[in-house]
Write a protein of this length. Structure first.
Lengths: 411, 411
């Protein structure tokens, strides 16, 4: 008993798990690079492999149930999006505002219509219309974390195409929110015979847009005062924790307004400009981006490995599930590809299209919402449909970085 | 329901909590600096203040029950000890091996004897001898995290005194393990009439010493091969995750051998020498220490704020608890102060003595062990004694950095 107590620092197991994740991510990334794929696809595959290993050999620690892996993965994607935001400024983003908006709108409407049609063609004829609608909705969101990493890897994060992708993804988040609230409202209204919840829908959208507008205008004007106040402190090593606190507070506030935390973190990075922090940077002899970089390098791989580990491969192998998943994925990819051409101008549409392809965790939130919606006592999305959508999201999540890496290298 | 689901990203609350911790740590650190105390005392006080605020206003998030704060705090102290280890090399540590050993042995024997005597004088005469013995044992361990931070703040981390403090603290961890196993064995033996568990005692000590010996000799010789292999990878951003994986694996292995994870992380830092990683450092244009630094800056404050928050002030305010706590703290401080003089040579004994004063979490493990040991059906340490020891540990934890900061500034 006593020896067990002495040895039982529960955190030691977490340390071993994290070491395993980093080593697996680096080996996976290396293999991906050697076969000319983005390193992040190797990190996703490393997660798949670790989960499969745990399944076969229970001695291998379980990533999916580790609270530490979950927390550090969440931290990783938040810090990644903050770092992506730091690479651009608000005026630079406004320049790509219109093309981004076109990409976002087309990228929501086309995949949604295609998914609705595909679902209508493949599912049995008695299926309620709300199910088709929901399946379409699941294909419209964009998960930006993976594309952001590929763009960074290829040094294209600050290119016009890169900015349009990130800008459109942020707008997608707002549009996706609207679609989710709308589609859920329609599903409930169709089942219960009530009217559509226009008021709640309008309120949600207004709140999200108001947050972004206030953050990018008023927030941008008050940030310099915040950092000027901090620069009066005598403490050393102030810049990084204060900048992170700023980003995390914006992520939290954005979430209160209904946005995903990564959108708030990205907005914080956009708002923060070198001029705001130059005094602290000079005193600490480090630039903020250089200080954030090691955090991205450390924690972003945990996010990608965990994302790969969460893929339930065996649930996908039923033929009809696989068929619906493949069709939905194809429609989802084509829909976003069309959206890439909506950017217009002298831009590389294929880069934008592929950058919008990954769905990842945003689509999963849609699936979770649909499976919790009870229509006449039964969940709106049954197990087969859920597995198919998750499979489609997975296929887009793997196809996205592969395609994006491919078109980026072809220039 | 739907809005709640959309807004309910459970990680958003964690982000707000972390932002609060960083801002509180920096404000607390700044106040401490202005009254000429080490910044880390201000971070401890910030934790106390946040806990008190939560107690009064439940709207303020609760640090103590947050799994994310706990995980990131543990990560922070592990990375801090790795960074402290990186500042020195094995040959440099061997040079201070003998004085460190003297400081460690005297720093275990004297506080233990003093604590035993103090307990014997103050507690009722019917108290079992095993209780006095255990109270003495609780005073012998050293918690190095706080002193390591103060030494870093004052740029004395690589001074002979700094190395002796850290070296002695590592030896303390091994000695403390021996004392804990021994005292627990004696307590059980005295109660049950059995013999002393010499075999288990010898096995535990051998295992811990063997780990350190193997890590510092064989480990140091194989590390270059490990990093030379990693340097054949084409992936970028390899150095930091691979070095962290190395440190975390050693922390885990050390824990399997019965040592605290921070000891393994420190040993990993000692083993890693610039020559081992120079190829990766050259390719990534960053030194490993510069890459680890932002991680220390980000996560170590979470450890110190959480440590402050965990102090239960109200439980300490009973007079007889306070009296015993104050006496034990005084004996604990004096005992470690005497140990500082055992270093001998041309060294600043007061710096070493104060550096050994903080007890922190190591002492808490002793208290937890003592309160779980049942002697004739009752816990060995009752509530009053437990609260007193925790109070004494707390007082040494606050007095340590204050005293160390004071003597370091006087040179």
């Amino acid at each position: 008993m006593l020896m067990a107590l002495l040895n039982a620092d529960p955190f030691a197991g977490t340390l071993a798990l994290l070491a395993l994740v980093w080593l697996a991510a680096k080996v996976g990334g290396e293999i991906a690079l050697r076969v000319k794929l983005p390193a992040v696809t190797g990190e996703l595959a490393a997660g798949l492999a670790l989960a499969a290993l745990h399944h076969r050999f229970p001695g291998v620690p379980d990533l999916i149930t580790s609270p530490a892996a979950e927390i550090l993965a969440n931290l990783g994607v938040i810090i990644l999006m903050f770092a992506v935001g730091l690479e651009s400024t608000v005026p630079q983003m406004l320049k790509v505002g219109l093309p981004s908006l076109r990409v976002a709108v087309v990228g929501v409407v086309v995949p949604m219509a295609a998914g609705l049609g595909g679902s209508w063609a493949l599912l049995p004829s008695g299926t309620p219309f709300a199910v088709h609608l929901f399946i379409g909705a699941c294909l419209c969101a964009t998960s930006i974390g993976i594309s952001a990493q590929v763009l960074r890897e290829q040094g294209a994060g600050a290119s016009p195409e890169g900015r349009i992708i990130v800008g459109a993804a942020v707008m997608d988040d707002v549009l996706g929110l609207l679609v989710l609230v709308g589609v859920s409202g329609v599903a409930v209204a169709l089942a219960g015979g009530g009217g559509l919840p226009w008021a709640s829908l309008a309120k949600t959208l207004t709140l999200a847009l108001a947050f972004l507008a206030v953050a990018l205008t008023l927030g941008r004007r008050t940030t310099p005062f915040f950092f000027r106040f901090a620069s009066r402190f005598r403490s050393e090593q102030l810049l990084l924790p204060v900048a992170l606190a700023f980003a995390f507070l914006l992520a939290w506030l954005g979430n209160l307004a209904g946005l995903a935390p990564i959108v708030g973190a990205y907005a914080a990075g956009l708002i923060l400009e070198p001029a705001h922090v130059q005094f602290l940077e000079a005193r600490e002899e480090h630039e903020l981006e250089a200080l954030v970089h090691p955090l991205v390098v450390t924690f972003a791989p945990i996010f990608f490995v965990l994302m790969g580990a969460k893929v339930d491969v065996t649930a996908l192998l039923e033929p009809r599930t696989l068929l619906l998943a493949a069709l939905l994925a194809l429609l989802g990819i084509l829909g976003k590809f069309v959206a890439g051409y909506a950017a217009g101008g002298n831009l590389r549409s294929a880069v934008i299209g592929w950058g919008m392809v990954p769905r990842g965790e945003v689509g999963l939130i849609f699936v979770a919402t649909g499976s919790h919606l009870l229509i006449n006592g039964a969940p709106l999305l049954n197990g087969h449909v859920q597995a198919s959508i998750i499979g489609a999201l997975l296929l887009t999540t793997i196809a996205g970085p592969v395609g994006l890496g491919w078109v980026l290298r072809r220039r």
